[in-house]
Design a protein. Structure first.
Length: 350
């Protein structure tokens, strides 16, 4: 159960499972360059590994031992304002891929997960080793949720239900994930987007853009909901958020830069990448994240997706150490690409 919907447990591959169990339960639409009528895919990309490779990984390699709690003295987020305005762009790390982004009198939260486990069940699966950087009750009112895909460490239905009840925020998410969310939270306001779609939300323009990943919530629904990144145009500059991605030879970074221009802030995953033979197609490593940062022509970046849930083999601090090494090797100042830990806040320079 620990790897259900995270590391790819399937019944003989996505298409076989889809046909055997009656097609796609989440989305029904015409084929496209990334949807074959049943399954989504990465154009020119690589499929996620199957069950045999999963067993090879789990039975053949040893994962680093993570502490049960890290760090021992977790920073407390400085007092979180209700809103920010003008050119201010303020980001606070909650944990893993959950960040509070405050800009233009608007509060955004990304892939919100407040549950103790990133798992379909409460009694098994990866446990949180760092407490949320902002306690749920201390979150300011949330206006917008960016929901990148449906893996359990990104789509937490219990957290979405709490946010819906408290703040009634709008959710932007790629195709198919709206069905999953509405099954649990029927009244949630959702904008479902395909790659290339644009939504105007308050002062923001939210673009749904490609990323190289996959999706699953169980053993029969692999690649039946879409995954994406988001480019957010705001009065204070562009913000590019990626929940999960393989580097894909930098293809999606180049396309985002060509389409949108340089960004003020890139929020990029830097963890869950070992062993490389298994994870490389779907999870970039810190060195690849730095190359992506450069391809985007980003002024600043935040590294996330590390030091909260142990999903893969690397040690808890390895992503930060490898990121610093990659920045140093390219003579990039470390304060331009910050691997935030839960509770840290970054006021992005203008």
């Amino acid at each position: 159960m620990k790897f259900l919907g995270i590391a790819g447990v399937t019944l003989g591959g996505g298409l076989t499972a889809a046909r055997a169990f009656g097609g796609n339960p989440y989305y029904n639409g015409p084929p496209s360059d990334h949807f074959d009528g049943t399954l989504f895919f990465n154009p020119g990309g690589e499929e996620p590994k199957g069950f045999a490779d999963l067993l090879r990984w789990k039975l053949g390699t040893n994962a680093a031992q993570w502490p049960s709690r890290w760090p021992q003295q977790q920073p407390s987020a400085s007092e979180t304002p209700a809103r920010v305005s003008g050119e201010t762009l303020r980001v606070t790390m909650v944990g893993h891929a959950t960040l509070l982004i405050q800009v233009a009198e608007f509060n955004i939260i990304t892939d919100p997960v407040y549950s103790y486990r990133a798992s379909p069940v409460g009694f098994a699966g990866p446990e949180r080793v760092s407490e949320p950087g902002i306690p749920f009750d201390d979150l300011p009112p949330i206006d917008l949720i960016l929901l990148s895909h449906n893996h359990y460490d990104h789509l937490d239905l219990d957290t979405l239900a709490r946010l819906a009840q408290r703040d009634n925020p709008l959710v932007c998410t790629p195709l198919g994930n709206d069905t999953i969310v509405r099954d649990r939270v029927p009244g949630m306001r959702i904008v479902s987007q395909d790659w290339g779609d644009v939504a105007d939300i308050g002062p923001l323009r939210v673009h749904c853009e490609p990323t190289h990943h996959w999706s699953a919530r169980g053993v029969t629904d692999r690649r039946m909901a879409l995954w994406s990144s988001f480019m957010v145009e705001s009065p204070a500059g562009r913000i590019y958020f990626v929940g999960d991605t393989g580097f894909h030879n930098g293809r999606n970074y180049r396309a985002a830069r060509e389409k949108h221009g340089p960004v003020r802030l890139a929020v990029l995953p830097i963890g869950a990448y070992e062993p490389r033979w298994f994870m490389r197609p779907q999870h970039q490593n810190p060195e690849e994240a730095v190359v992506g940062f450069q391809l985007l022509d980003a002024a600043y970046a935040i590294g996330h997706h590390w030091a909260t849930f142990q999903l893969t083999n690397e040690a808890i601090t390895e992503p930060r150490e490898s990121l610093h090494a990659a920045l140093d090797a390219r003579s990039i100042a470390r304060d331009r690409f910050r691997p935030l830990i839960a509770g840290e806040t970054f006021d992005v320079p203008g």
